[in-house]
Design a protein around this ligand. Structure first.
Ligand SMILES: *[C@@H]1O[C@H](CO)[C@@H](O)[C@H](O)[C@H]1NC(C)=O
Length: 381
């Protein structure tokens, strides 16, 4: 049998297409393929502890400056309508900083207000260490969170336990026994690619990506279906809107950012703003850090003069409206609805479910994956 010219042409075209595909498949820097590892088989006992008055941690703290009772009101009422309690850590005024308190490696070209902000977080670490608190959330007082936060955190905990390799009921925390920092509210993280990650599908509290906070880092090496939330071990993060630390994590951060025992600061460069330093010590392995992607919590700004929005930077501009960032069913924007027992509304109008429904999240339905980098970097079996 001889091939016609047309058949030859098609054959050549097919070869060229196949070749192109093969080259892309082989050399595309990050192939967006995940290697499925398994469905979790784990104990669900004590996952309900996360519904308690401190979200399954020992304490929930918010950093607030005495000069901003308006923000303190927001957090007090927002936590009340979601049924958890907040304790306070005093924000630090830059004018109260004695330069003698700077650690020797503090980068002096940073602003004094940035050191003051870092100092407030470090005071939080000291509080946890002094009071022997097993774990705590620290949030900044412009935080906002989803009205579903307790269910979101339970789902997050199941993923965390899984990637920490907890097969039994954890001993020290419902979030697992092997973590220092849970970076819950961030404006960007980088997942580690050498460890497995967890993907929880069908979480309808995940905003569409066009409504994410502007993210300064991006977990985009990890392909993610629209309604999925990832939980991964991280090597960097930015913005400390909200995070949890374990007791041991607080000890280690206090050591790294203030006590500076001999030899530590030389090993890890940490003379930066709090979030930058925290990201760095997650990256160099000094702390075991984990995060959800997208972030679970975001930020809120009340209407009025634009300088209201930050106590660290000078923000100037015209008066602004209410704004929440990164949260689909915002607690702060729904305070009126919640108090009046009306349906909770989505932050944006162009969303699939403009009102919250009862079955937003399917708990524990996730799976474990390993990211597959370029084909030649595949881990050997
Ligand atoms: C909530 O649960 C955590 C973890 O089990 C526990 O440490 C904390 O004390 C509990 N909080 C309250 C208010 O019972």
């Amino acid at each position: 049998m001889t091939l016609s010219a047309a058949q030859l042409r098609w054959g050549r075209l097919a070869l060229v297409l196949f070749g192109t595909w093969a080259i892309f498949y082989r050399f595309w820097p990050v192939s967006h393929k995940h290697h499925f590892i398994g469905h979790p088989q784990q104990a669900w006992d004590d996952i309900a502890a996360i519904e308690n008055g401190t979200l399954g941690f020992g304490k929930v703290f918010a950093i607030n400056m005495a000069s901003r009772p308006d923000k303190r009101d927001n957090i007090a009422l927002g936590s009340s309508v979601c049924d958890f309690s907040v304790d306070w850590i005093d924000g630090v005024f830059p004018e109260d900083i004695n330069p003698k308190t700077y650690p020797y490696n503090w980068k002096k070209d940073n602003q004094k207000s940035e050191y003051a902000a870092r100092r407030a977080h470090v005071n939080g670490m000291r509080r946890i260490v002094e009071d022997r608190i097993g774990s705590a959330i620290i949030m900044e007082d412009d935080s906002d969170w989803d009205v579903n936060i307790k269910v979101q955190l339970q789902n997050f905990a199941l993923g965390l336990r899984e990637i920490q390799g907890t097969t039994d009921v954890p001993n020290t925390s419902p979030y697992g026994d092997d973590w220092d920092v849970l970076w819950i509210g961030h404006c960007g993280i980088e997942c580690r690619t050498d460890l497995p990650f967890y993907e929880a599908p069908n979480d309808f509290t995940v905003p569409q990506s066009r409504h994410f906070l502007p993210y300064l880092r991006d977990a985009s090496r990890f392909e993610r279906p629209d309604h999925a939330r990832l939980t991964c071990a991280i090597q960097d993060g930015v913005c400390t809107n909200m995070y949890a630390v374990s007791y041991q994590g607080a000890q280690r951060i206090l050591a790294a950012l203030s006590v500076n025992p001999l030899g530590l600061a030389e090993d890890i460069d940490i003379g930066a703003q709090f979030d930058t330093s925290l990201g760095a010590i997650c990256g160099n392995g000094y702390l075991r850090c984990f995060a959800p992607y997208p972030a679970l919590t975001g930020t809120y700004r009340s209407a009025g003069a634009s300088e209201k929005s930050s106590d660290i930077n000078d923000v100037k501009g015209d008066a602004v409206g209410f704004e929440t960032r990164g949260v689909l069913y915002s607690t702060m924007l729904n305070v009126k609805q919640i108090l009046n027992r009306q349906p909770v509304r989505a932050t944006w109008e162009d969303v699939e479910r403009p009102f919250m429904e009862s079955d937003m999240i399917k708990i524990g339905a996730g799976s474990i994956y390993m990211v597959q980098l370029a084909a030649d970097k595949k881990p050997r079996p």
